[in-house]
Write a protein that binds this ligand. Structure first.
Ligand SMILES: Cc1cc2nc3c(=O)[nH]c(=O)nc-3n(C[C@H](O)[C@H](O)[C@H](O)COP(=O)(O)OP(=O)(O)OC[C@H]3O[C@@H](n4cnc5c(N)ncnc54)[C@H](O)[C@@H]3O)c2cc1C
Length: 557
């Protein structure tokens, strides 16, 4: 093959990317069609297809510019005549993309309870571009809007919510969420930022520093702070909304600097000092931590997992097309068994993850609409943490595999979107709770609440829907083993501290494989759960690998 042929092959790989990645995504469309009724589905399909084209045609190219090191956001603390502004300047491409994102309804739908499927679909499509520059602000805004809608006093809600759910990017207020302080992000109970009541507790004054403030340019900050006189630890934390400006001036805060980040570079993340900033409580201050975690952080955990699923889908699209077009040693690289195995692994993991995040989305939808059962609430509590942890780890692995399939070209920023996906995936892993903290939260829940019984029933019901009897038997057996291991971890703190993370890994994969199997995606389920089906001691030379890989790749055509 000569140089021209090689370039033609690369051009063919680029051309293979669909103009409308929503229409091209049969799995996503199938899951939506399964879960949504006719009118709602039709409305979402139209909205998603329009947005998918904008993501490919407008937002992707814009993101390639504003996520580049040469065009990152900059802090402008003063205006030309010396007045404090604490503003952030963005490349114009950033705002071009923002207009499309906000017009899609991704954020404005937060004003309507029970629109989680719509929001998840739109965020997934946006994440095909590894576009954290608006995905993060959108997620933070959705979390704050939900907290105001569900928990705030009506006067506070009506003051702040309308601007957050405005679909016009130019007029809308964007939200942020500031919990982390320099002494600890996982240990939120160590927060020392203070909230002092004024006007008898109608408003508060916030003083202290926040160490990680993404969307430092937001119009409204959601923030945790320790209320004067409240107990130590998380019980003493209130949740507040702090408007960026009061009377047209920065509201008692100063941005120290913007952080120079590995990934998610398009958005501005800063360190902020507060000095008497005027704040309104979001819900009762004594329930501030519950509001922060139960609504704001859990919304972000769900959306982070959804965004991860979108990034994995993109990694699969890039790598699978590349393997068809790129030649080495006289053959398309997709003919080599080792490449085929990598692709099959990517396919099974990314499809399983999509099933899991859409199952979580169903729970989100019902909870937000107020129609969830007690069992749904417990399931959500479990899966929101497990899915965020498991899926974010899988995303880094899947994107890494895609980089490998592209060889040296995979490491080149301007060649494909993959380097950006990889950098963002690493950051997504730590957002909204590091792995160990999420795992520890699940273990605490297992000890306090009947979560494990509910999860066990959920798995059993799901296995009951698996058409392939031997696969169903293998999955059921693994499920019983993992539930028993989880019970041992819950019963014995020492066992839990050492082994529970591994148990959660197993439960996450098992759920993904079982969801795939129940949906009739048998080849992918078998490959994802290969050690479940074959038993851990299977002979590595006789485990049907070639057949399994072939079946997965056939199913992905
Ligand atoms: C780009 C970026 C943007 C961010 N934006 C925001 C933002 O807008 N708002 C915000 O509030 N935060 C933000 N964060 C902070 C993020 O949420 C925290 O980094 C995260 O919660 C972890 O906290 P930490 O960094 O303090 O890690 P630490 O709490 O210091 O943890 C360090 C390590 O120790 C482990 N660890 C801690 N406790 C335990 C334990 N009990 N058992 C086992 N292991 C443990 C953790 O899992 C982790 O691996 C952002 C972070 C990044 C990277």
């Amino acid at each position: 093959m000569g140089t021209d042929d090689a370039r033609d092959a690369l051009a063919a790989w680029r051309d293979a990317y669909p103009d409308d990645p929503f229409v091209a995504d049969a799995r996503l469309r199938g899951l939506l069609a399964r879960d949504l009724d006719g009118d709602r589905l039709a409305a979402l399909e139209g909205r998603a297809s329009t947005f998918a084209r904008a993501v490919t045609g407008v937002i992707g190219p814009a993101a390639a510019r504003y996520e580049h090191r040469a065009h990152l956001p900059e802090l402008t603390r003063w205006d030309p005549i010396g007045r404090r502004t604490e503003s952030v300047e963005f490349d114009p491409a950033y705002h071009r993309a923002g207009e499309r994102v906000w017009a899609s309804g991704l954020v404005s739908l937060s004003g309507t309870p029970g629109t989680a499927y719509e929001q998840a679909t739109l965020l997934y499509l946006l994440s095909l571009e590894g576009e954290a520059g608006h995905a993060c602000p959108a997620t933070c805004t959705i979390g704050l809007a939900r907290a105001l809608r569900r928990a705030a006093d009506p006067s506070v809600r009506d003051r702040f919510l309308p601007a957050l759910v405005d679909p016009d990017y130019g007029d809308a207020a964007r939200g942020s969420q500031f919990l982390t302080e320099v002494q600890g992000g996982s240990d939120v109970g160590a927060n020392v930022c203070r909230a002092v009541p004024v006007e008898g507790g109608v408003t508060y004054r916030i003083t202290g520093e926040k160490w990680f403030c993404s969307v430092a340019d937001a119009g409204q900050f959601f923030l945790t702070a320790r209320v004067d006189g409240a107990p130590a630890g998380t019980r003493g934390l209130g949740s507040f909304v702090v408007p960026r400006e009061v009377d047209g001036r920065p509201n008692g805060f100063a941005v120290r600097r913007l952080k120079d980040k590995l990934g998610t570079r398009g958005l501005a993340s800063g360190e902020i000092d507060f000095d008497g900033a005027l704040a309104w409580p979001v819900g009762p201050v004594e329930h501030g931590f519950r509001t922060a975690v139960g609504i704001v952080l859990n919304t972000s955990r769900w959306m982070t997992a959804v965004g991860d699923a979108g990034m994995m889908r993109r990694a699969w699209l890039e790598a699978s097309a590349y393997a068809r077009h790129r030649q080495a040693f006289g053959r398309p690289i997709g003919e080599f068994p080792a490449v085929r195995t990598t692709l099959a692994d990517m396919a099974a993991v990314s499809a399983g993850a999509l099933h899991l995040v859409m199952a979580l989305t169903g729970l989100e939808d019902r909870i937000d609409a107020g129609s969830a059962s007690d069992e749904d609430v417990l399931l959500h509590r479990f899966w929101v943490n497990v899915a965020k942890y498991v899926v974010s780890v899988q995303t880094t692995e899947v994107v890494h595999s895609a980089v490998e399939v592209l060889g040296g070209n995979g490491a080149i920023e301007e060649f494909s979107v993959l380097p950006r996906l990889y950098r963002d995936a690493l950051v997504y892993e730590s957002w909204e709770g590091s792995h160990n903290v999420l795992v520890a939260q699940v273990l605490t829940d297992l000890r306090r609440l009947p979560v494990l019984d509910v999860v066990e029933r959920w798995l059993t019901d799901l296995v009951g829907q698996v058409p392939d009897a031997s696969l169903a038997g293998a999955l059921a057996g693994r499920g019983r083993m993992l539930v028993a291991a989880a019970r041992r971890c819950a019963d014995d703190p020492e066992t839990g501290a050492w082994h529970f993370r591994g148990v959660v890994d197993g439960i996450g994969i098992l759920a993904e494989a079982t969801l795939l199997a129940a949906a009739g995606e048998t080849a992918l389920a078998v490959h994802l759960g290969a050690d479940v089906v074959a038993g851990d001691g299977s002979d590595p030379e006789n485990d049907g690998l070639a057949d399994r890989v072939g079946a997965v790749l056939d199913a992905m055509r």
